[in-house]
Design a protein around this ligand. Sequence first.
Ligand SMILES: Nc1ncnc2c1ncn2[C@@H]1O[C@H](COP(=O)(O)OP(=O)(O)OP(=O)(O)O)[C@@H](O)[C@H]1O
Ligand SMILES: [Mg+2]
Length: 247
Amino acid sequence: MTREELTGEQETDLALRISNLNVYYGESHILRNVDMSIPSGEMVCLIGRNGVGKTTLLKTIMGLLKSRTGNIFFADKPIAQLTPDRRAKLGIGYVPQGRDIIPRVSVEDNLLLGLEARPQGRKRNDKIPQEIFDLFPVLKTMLSRMGGDLSGGQQQQLAIARALMGKPRLLVLDEPTEGIQPSIILEIEAAVKRIIEATGISVLLVEQHLHFVRQADKYYAMQKGGIVASGSTEELSQEVIQKFLAV
Ligand SMILES: Nc1ncnc2c1ncn2[C@@H]1O[C@H](COP(=O)(O)OP(=O)(O)OP(=O)(O)O)[C@@H](O)[C@H]1O
Ligand SMILES: [Mg+2]
């Protein structure tokens, strides 16, 4: 018998499924009945104006905030009760808004810190895989520099590379192009697409830059902590763009 016949549950091919999530900061109700799903191997983009709750949703997915109600499934496994470290080790890589590069630590050591997210943790002889430098050649030339001495765009590339060091199955990116010059935005965009093609990884992207949003398969639009529109990015209308993106 298949699992489906045994349990009556349908096996899904979803990297992430969220249902009925409600999240509060103290008494303020931030996320309201959020449902979302990310098919395996796809890129899903979350859009919405400043302060609507996008980062709050990502932090809840990562376990940095607790939800009052709702469920989060990562590859069919319920994860809402797990610590952030467990979620990372299961295969969710996170690049927070503002990047969080450690400024007084070398680029190389910033990268090696990403190994902590591997299931077996960091081992003594672990090295930085060549694929990381193929994706972000600039990092190879800067390994001994301090993280804080890199430009904003370089730090963003470092932050994405650090998340990839953990070999995630789902990559969660919070506004990776915020405050970055246009030519570097295109480089980051291209790198994310190459990562998806090369590894089959799934991506949840929070983004304001329309060109990048359009690279996603599906979008969700958030307003006042609730999902108010969703669909294929091919069908992104001018109305949705004007309402939910700061363009
Ligand atoms: N630590 C906190 N304590 C209390 N309220 C918070 C905290 N962090 C965020 N908020 C509030 O929660 C709401 C959602 O914030 P959040 O950072 O999730 O928005 P966002 O959509 O990511 O915005 P932005 O586009 O500016 O990054 C905002 O009203 C914000 O003021
Ligand atoms: Mg945010």
